[in-house]
Ligand binder design. Structure first.
Ligand SMILES: Cc1cc2nc3c(=O)[nH]c(=O)nc-3n(C[C@H](O)[C@H](O)[C@H](O)COP(=O)(O)O)c2cc1C
Length: 479
């Protein structure tokens, strides 16, 4: 069943509140406190924490708010994806429902409109001050205040005109200047560098108060053939309404909360970082990144800054990350022609990248290796992956007990560990120590050896029939 995907963050928050998953916190400071509240809570209640809406932030007007954990529970993710449900515990059912929905997905191009709530307030040139918003220091050792975390960085390909929206972290340098870290290979980086190659500044719009549909698209790795706004329109079943920035002409959603517009310098650089990252470390340290001069700030009355501070897992935006990546990985495997994929789970403990389980119905010799090796290289695990475990279809890939049991009983390290070297990584990788940004992967074949598929020892587990019988006979025990 489908439900409407909200393109206005405020409508989304109203739905979350009605569903009992919104918690307003008043009085928390932007300097480390909001980030700490969020981290401690999410660590205690994995997947079950409410969305946190911070208001009355010291030093800022009431109404200038920050939100964390927008999509950080199955229910909120289901809302953001326009799906019913999300309260059940069965992740694979939800994954399959999402995949079924996405099979119907067709991109819908956006509509350019003349105005919208984002035009409530426009600060120009000398008026620009990005510190007028309660920009958090998310983690204790961050190098500065990060205004862009759950954000969308809009950059146009100067060759093709395709508009890309990507989520890349953005640090405040001062009221008028920022810097962003975009990893090598990301579309926004490739486009940006095309301007730089010609010695030109790169026009940019940065949506730092973003609606859930655009945010979902921004964090998706889409091919050059599909633009993020079209993809988000397809998710919503209607075109997004976009306005164009007055300086760059770059489009952004008319219902955004806060948008910064400016230019990324081809020659001026500034120290950016460190920042608590998805790896769970302040990895990559501080390095020089191009300076962004902010020339316009567009914002709604009582604006909401959207936040997503990565850190040691689990954290406030990891559930949705793992879910979306799991779905994307099944698509990639099927797209590559690997048959009989029964399930995939990208585990939170692996920060959404480094520990991935693929379950297959083995059909032929080499099938398990094929599934694992392909999984290790394709979107979304091709970048910064580490361990890929392939299991049989009786193993639930979301259940870490099942997975480790399979590894311990169906794999022999000497022959079932397949090492791949020179793979795509980045400077955020804690085990990359030099300029060569590559790492290695291990594919663990934890499937029953195919030659023993018919004579492998039987699993010592109560049969479903007997389990049903004893449940019915001893209801008090199972209450
Ligand atoms: C909360 C969050 C923060 C992210 N921060 C960064 C970042 O700082 N730099 C980066 O290159 N990718 C970052 N990513 C990953 C990219 O958004 C993701 O790879 C996306 O697909 C990139 O878009 P692109 O394929 O259009 O380049 C982040 C993702 C999320 C969800």
């Amino acid at each position: 069943m489908n439900r409407m995907v909200q393109t206005d963050l405020r409508d989304f928050l109203a739905e979350v509140e009605a569903g009992g998953e919104l918690k307003t916190v008043t009085g928390a400071h932007w300097d480390k406190e909001m980030g700490a509240v969020c981290e401690v809570l999410y660590r205690e209640k994995v997947d079950k924490s409410p969305l946190l809406l911070f208001d009355d932030i010291p030093g800022y007007p009431k109404g200038f708010r920050c939100v964390y954990g927008m999509l950080g529970s199955p229910f909120r993710l289901a809302l953001g994806l326009g799906m019913e449900g999300g309260r059940e515990d069965n992740r694979l059912d939800m994954l399959n429902a999402y995949r079924a929905k996405m099979r119907e997905h067709a991109p819908i191009p956006p509509r350019i409109v003349n105005s919208g709530p984002i035009m409530d307030n426009v600060d120009r040139d000398d008026e620009v001050d990005v510190e007028k918003f309660p920009v958090p220091i998310h983690h204790e050792l961050d190098g500065g205040r990060y205004i862009g975390t759950a954000c969308g960085v809009v950059i146009r390909d100067p060759d093709t005109g395709r508009v890309n929206v990507g989520t890349y972290r953005v640090m405040v340098i001062d009221g008028k200047r920022c810097a962003s870290y975009i990893s090598n290979g990301k579309q926004g980086r490739i486009y940006r560098d095309k301007y730089f190659a010609k010695g030109e500044p790169c026009p940019v719009a940065i949506i730092v108060g973003i609606d859930p549909a655009t945010y979902m698209a921004a964090r998706y790795t889409l091919s050059d053939k599909v633009a993020e706004y079209d993809w988000a329109g397809g998710l919503c079943g209607r075109p997004l309404d976009l306005v164009e920035g007055e300086l760059t002409g770059l489009p952004f959603p008319a219902h955004s909360e806060i948008v910064l517009e400016g230019f990324i310098s081809p020659d001026k650089k500034v120290l950016e970082g460190p920042f608590g990252e998805w790896t769970g470390y302040y990895a990559g340290d501080a390095q020089e990144e191009p300076l962004i001069d902010i020339k316009r700030v567009y914002y709604r009355d009582d604006p909401i800054l959207t936040c997503a501070a990565s850190q040691k897992p689990p954290h406030s935006h990891l559930f949705e990350r793992c879910f979306i990546r799991s779905a994307a990985l099944i698509d990639s495997l099927e797209g590559a022609g690997v048959p009989d994929i029964k399930g995939v789970w990208v585990h939170q403990a692996g920060s959404g990248r480094t520990f991935v389980v693929v379950s297959i119905k083995q059909r032929y010799f080499g099938h398990a290796s094929q599934a694992g090796i392909v999984a290790s290289q394709v979107n979304p695990i091709g970048y910064c992956g580490r361990y890929i475990v392939v299991v049989d279809d009786d193993i639930d890939p979301t259940d870490i007990h099942d997975v480790i049991w399979a590894m311990g009983t169906r794999s022999d390290p000497q022959k079932d560990f397949n090492l791949l070297t020179e793979c795509w990584s980045s400077r955020l990788d804690t085990m990359v120590f030099d300029k060569k940004l590559t790492n290695s992967r291990v594919v663990i074949n934890a499937c029953i050896p195919y030659e023993h598929i018919d004579d492998f020892p039987k699993v010592a587990q109560t049969s479903p029939e007997l389990a049903r019988e004893v449940r019915a006979k001893f209801p008090d025990v199972f209450a």
